[in-house]
Design a protein around this ligand. Structure first.
Ligand code: ATP
Ligand code: MG
Length: 429
C-alpha cells in the first residue's frame, strides 16, 4: 500500500486499556487481540493490515466503503477500549514536513466543520520524539489554525479546554501521524482467549447469553452446552440457543455448541424423584454433564446465568446443592444483578428478542409449582441413589450433537453423538 502525505490514507487507531497494565504477559494479550481483530476483519475488509505500535494498534484499509462493516466488527471485540477512524499521514524518511503539517491542519479543520461543534479542543500526543513539534506546540499551532480559520469563515467555534463539544486528536506514531475526531467505544476488558476456556450452560432465556458475554469480556473462550428436552418435548429451544450463539459470534468469532438431549435422563429421574426437588436434581445432572464437557474441552470452569433469588432454583441453599455436583468452579457473573439490569444488557447485546420467545424449557418439566427452596446436599444425594447417575451422564453425552460455529456459519462435527473417546487434542480454537 502506498501512503503519501498528499493523499491521507484511511486508518483506525485502536486503544486498549487494561492490557496496557499487564506487565510480563502483555505481549500475549496484544498478540491475542491482534489475531482476534484480524479474524474479525478478514471477511469484511480483506486487504486490511493490522499492527501494534507504541501502546496502540492501527488498522490500515483501502476501501472507504468498508468503514461501516469495520465499525460493526470492532465495536464488539473485547480488549478494545475505544477506536477511531482517522486519516493517516506518512512521516517515513524523506517526507515533506511542510506538506504534512498543512495536511494535518486541513484535516483538523475538516473534522471541526463536519462535527458542527461550537467548541473544541485539540489534543496532541507524540509517541516518538523525532517529530519536530512537541505536543504542546502542536496543540497551540494546529488549534490556533482551526480557531483562526473559524473566525475568518465566520463560524461560531470557540476553544474550550475544559468542556469541549469536540476533541480533535493528533497522534504522532512514526511512521504515521493520525488525525481524528470521534472515539467510538468498544467493550474494553480482555481479548477472548487470553484467560482460558470455560463451559457455559446456555439456555434459551435472558440470563445465560448475557453471562457468557460477560465472561468473554474478561478474556474467556466460551464453549456452550445447551440441554433440550427431546424426546419429551420438541427441539425448539435448540433454535433459540443457536440464535444466541450466532448473535454472540460478533464477540467470540468461533464457537462450539454441544446440544444435549436431556429428556432421556429426565424420564428416568421423574420416575423416582419427588416433584419438589426435581429442579435441583435436573440442575445437578446438567452440572455433571457440563463438567464432562469441560474435561473434554480442557476448560477450567463452568458459567451459568443464575442471579441470587431470581427463581426457586437460585436460592443460596439450592445453588450450594447444585455446586456440589460440579467438578469445576461455577462462575455466575450475574449473581448480584437485577432482572432489569440483565434485560438492559441483553438489549444492547442483541439477544433480547430471541430470549422473549416462548419455547419449552427442560427445567420446568414435571416440576412442582412451588419447588423446594432449601435443598441440602445430603437430601438430594439420597434421592440420587434411586438412579444410575454415571450411566445417565454417559448416555446423555453419547446422544449429544456438537456444532462448530464460525465464519463459515454452522457446521455439525459430530452429528451422531459425541465420541466416547478421550478429548480430541486437535480441536481448533
Ligand atoms: P435463563 O434466562 O438463562 O434461562 P432463568 O432465569 O430461566 O435463566 P433457570 O432456568 O433457573 O433461570 O436457569 C439458570 C441457569 O441454568 C441458566 O442461566 C443457565 O446457565 C442454566 N440453564 C438452565 N436451563 C438450561 C438449558 N436448557 N440448557 C443449558 N443451561 C441451562
Ligand atoms: Mg431458563
Amino acid at each position: 500500500m502506498t501512503l503519501d502525505t498528499t493523499a491521507p490514507a484511511l486508518a483506525v487507531v485502536v486503544h486498549y486499556s487494561e492490557i496496557g497494565l499487564k506487565g510480563k504477559n502483555r505481549g500475549m494479550f496484544i498478540g491475542t487481540l491482534l489475531r482476534n481483530i484480524r479474524d474479525a476483519l478478514e471477511p469484511v475488509a480483506p486487504g486490511a493490515r493490522v499492527e501494534g505500535m507504541y501502546g496502540r494498534l492501527m488498522i490500515h484499509f483501502t476501501d472507504p466503503a468498508q468503514e461501516g462493516a469495520v465499525r460493526d466488527r470492532l465495536r464488539w471485540i473485547p480488549g478494545i477500549a475505544n477506536f477511531s477512524f482517522a486519516k493517516a499521514l506518512s512521516i517515513r524518511r524523506g517526507y515533506d514536513f511542510d506538506a504534512t503539517w498543512k495536511a494535518m491542519s486541513e484535516e483538523a479543520w475538516r473534522i471541526a466543520v463536519a462535527s458542527n461543534a461550537r467548541s473544541f479542543a485539540l489534543r496532541a500526543r507524540r509517541a516518538d520524539k523525532t517529530f519536530p513539534r512537541m505536543s504542546l506546540e502542536m496543540e497551540r499551532e494546529l488549534g490556533g489554525y482551526v480557531f483562526e480559520r473559524a473566525i475568518a469563515e465566520s463560524r461560531p467555534l470557540k476553544v474550550s479546554l475544559d468542556h469541549p463539544e469536540l476533541t480533535i486528536h493528533v497522534e504522532v506514531a512514526a511512521p504515521f501521524v493520525f488525525v481524528y475526531g470521534i472515539k467510538e467505544s468498544a467493550p474494553g476488558g480482555l481479548p477472548v482467549g487470553s484467560s482460558g476456556r470455560l463451559v457455559s450452560l446456555l439456555s434459551a432465556g435472558f440470563d445465560s447469553p448475557v453471562a457468557s458475554y460477560l465472561m468473554m469480556k474478561r478474556g474467556a473462550q466460551i464453549v456452550y452446552v445447551h440441554f433440550h428436552s427431546h424426546p419429551l418435548t420438541d427441539r425448539r429451544s435448540v433454535d433459540s440457543a443457536r440464535d444466541h450463539v450466532e448473535t454472540l459470534g460478533k464477540v467470540q468469532l468461533k464457537s462450539r455448541l454441544y446440544l444435549v438431549p436431556f429428556g432421556y435422563a429426565q424420564q428416568e429421574m421423574i420416575q423416582v424423584s419427588p416433584r419438589t426437588h426435581r429442579m435441583v436434581l435436573y440442575r445437578r445432572m446438567m452440572m455433571r454433564i457440563a463438567s464432562e464437557v469441560a474435561r473434554r474441552e480442557n476448560a477450567l470452569g463452568l458459567v451459568t446465568g443464575e442471579s441470587l433469588g431470581q427463581v426457586a432454583s437460585q436460592t443460596l441453599s439450592n445453588m450450594a446443592a447444585i455446586d456440589d455436583s460440579a467438578d469445576f468452579p461455577v462462575y455466575r457473573p450475574l449473581i448480584g444483578t437485577n432482572k432489569e439490569e440483565i434485560i438492559g444488557m441483553a438489549d444492547r447485546l442483541g439477544t433480547h428478542a430471541t430470549s422473549t420467545e416462548q419455547v419449552p424449557d427442560c427445567c420446568s418439566l414435571m416440576v412442582a409449582r412451588h419447588p423446594a427452596t432449601k435443598s441440602t446436599v445430603a437430601e438430594v444425594e439420597a434421592m440420587e441413589a434411586a438412579y444410575d447417575v454415571p450411566r445417565l451422564v454417559r448416555e446423555s453425552l453419547a446422544r449429544a450433537d456438537l456444532e462448530e460455529w464460525g465464519r463459515w456459519g454452522r457446521r455439525s462435527v459430530a452429528p451422531r453423538g459425541i465420541p466416547q473417546a478421550e478429548p480430541a487434542e486437535s480441536v481448533p480454537d
